[in-house]
Ligand binder design. Structure first.
Ligand code: PLP
Length: 374
């Protein structure tokens, strides 16, 4: 098997999907599964759908197109507003787009009218994280303009927090979003709006004690794929955090001095920090076993990799991950790493990293033996 590769345990993803859908069900919130970290892998999307998720979303038109080409028929939402020039492609790839600019909505309306379609619009509202969204005071006016356009349908309101400024989505923000939703629903006579409260960072709020108000949708990526709460980087109770594993091959392993020699440039400060916090440095040793894995910044994000027990990361360059290991490792041996969201994104997007997904036994029996399923 080639390395580097990223192994995907589809049963773990299905488990996470099923668990999140079931936990949110009593609140009336449904899950939109976000596939962007997987580049819209149809195979991973199918695992999410088997877990009971009924709607998928991605920030990239290319990924939505890949889902459709891969035979995914679930409704698809485009998470990042298209630019006007992309409208014609967006309306073919997605059923619904999250948008915060009336000119973008007009472009979508034109494109969708021309294609004889109707495109759903979720208007995004700014609730303080200062990424996308109309200011709350402009919402009703813009909602009226959208509702008046042929070719688009106002299907919902949405908000996104915890992405740019780290504002925690909580009772106050969700109460504001609910109030705006009832305003738009009453004034425009749209009782069945999708009210999309946010991303994985909304889970502590959604699963807390309070009422969720009018919020009836969350767009979940990180929690679904990695089982992590993005606000704390901690595992979410009952979810699997081992769905993805990055695997690399050892290309050198030998005892070396712990300290470099020669004059050291100031930009090397970060590497020096890792070297000084490594176990050998703490023990004050002069030599240690240094093991190189052929896995660099062009393959994944070394800062987001968790090495196996007994190994610690000393540093990384474009192509090399340097670890301290407790014993010499044979060249060609493989080392396995856990990933955070950044490391997952980078590994999935790297042309050098193969993706190897394992179906649960019952699904692989039913599936065709063709390896082109991915
Ligand atoms: C990526 C994204 C999400 C999913 O975020 P997670 O933290 O991975 O759950 C939700 N909404 C929007 C608009 C996004 O871009």
């Amino acid at each position: 098997m080639t390395a580097p590769r990223i192994e995907v345990d589809l049963a773990a993803i299905e488990h996470n999907a099923r668990t999140l859908v079931a936990r949110l069900a009593p609140t009336g919130i449904t899950v939109t599964g976000v596939t962007k970290a997987t580049l819209g892998s149809p195979q991973i999307a199918r695992a999410v759908l088997r877990g009971g998720v009924t709607r998928l979303a991605d920030s990239r038109i290319e990924n939505l197109e890949r889902l459709r080409r891969g035979g995914i028929t679930a409704p698809l939402t485009l998470l990042r507003s298209p630019a006007p020039a992309q409208a014609a492609r967006a309306i073919l790839a997605a059923d619904v787009s999250l948008v915060s600019d009336i000119d973008v909505v007009r472009s979508l309306a034109e494109a969708s009218k021309a294609a004889g379609l109707s495109h759903g619009v979720v208007l995004m509202v700014e609730l303080g994280d200062l990424r996308e969204g109309l200011m709350p005071g402009e919402l009703l006016t813009t909602a009226r303009q959208v509702a008046a356009l042929a070719g688009v349908e106002l299907v919902g309101l949405g908000a996104n927090l915890a992405c740019l400024s780290g504002v925690i989505p909580g009772t106050e923000q969700m109460r504001d979003l609910s109030a705006l939703a009832s305003l738009v629903a009453t004034r425009l006579g749209l009782p069945a709006l999708r009210v999309s409260g946010g991303n994985s960072a909304n889970l502590p709020w959604a699963l807390g004690r309070g009422s969720v108000g009018a919020v009836n949708d969350l767009r979940l990526g990180e929690a679904l794929l990695l089982g992590l709460d993005p606000l704390t980087a901690q595992p979410i109770d009952g979810l699997r955090t081992d769905a993805f594993t990055v695997v690399g091959a050892v290309i050198e392993s030998r005892e070396k001095p712990t300290e470099p020699w020669g004059q050291v440039a100031p930009v090397a400060a970060r590497a020096a920090h890792a070297r000084h916090s490594a176990p050998s440095a703490r023990a004050g040793r002069a030599r240690r076993i240094q093991t190189i894995v052929a896995l660099g910044r062009q393959d994944s994000d070394p800062d987001g990799l968790t090495p196996p027990a007994g190994a610690s990361i000393l540093g990384a360059s474009s192509d090399h991950l340097v670890l301290e290991t407790s014993a010499v490792v044979a060249a060609g041996a493989e080392m396995r790493f856990g990933v955070d969201y950044g490391a997952l994104l980078r590994a999935m997007a790297s042309p050098f990293v193969a993706v190897l997904a394992t179906e649960p036994a019952d699904v692989s029996l039913a599936a065709s033996p063709s390896p082109s399923a991915l």
